[in-house]
Design a protein around this ligand. Sequence first.
Ligand code: SF4
Length: 121
Amino acid sequence: MIVNLEPVLDRYLKIKPFLSKIHNVRVTRAKANESKPFRKCIECGCCIAGAPEIMEKGDHLDPMSLVKIARFVTDPRDGLKRKTVSVKSKVKGYTVELGERLSKICPRGIPIDKAIYIVKA
Ligand code: SF4
C-alpha cells in the first residue's frame, strides 16, 4: 500500500518532527525505552489511511504526527513544549478503540494507543 502523504506533510513539518532546543541530559536506559517504540516509525502513513474519521475532521492531528509528538515528549533531550492546549484540542477525537485499531494496523507494531494516551494526558 502506498499512502499519499501530501495532504498532511505541511502540518507534519509544523510539529517539528526532530529534536529541538536540545537539553544536554543523561538518558537512562529506562528513559530511552519510553521513546523506543515511537522511534520505530517509518512514516509510511498506514495509520493515516486507517483513520478516516480523524482525517475527515480536518482540524485534528493525523496519527503519524501524534506518534512523532509522543516520541519527543518521552525523550528528555527534547526542549520543546509539545503538549500545548492547541495540540491537546487536536487529539480530542481519538478514542481508545481507534487507538487499538491503529496499533494493529501499524506495520512496525507501534503502540499508537499508548501514543494517544501520552499526548492527551
Ligand atoms: S503506521 Fe506506524 S510506522 Fe507507519 S506512519 Fe503510522 S506510526 Fe509510523
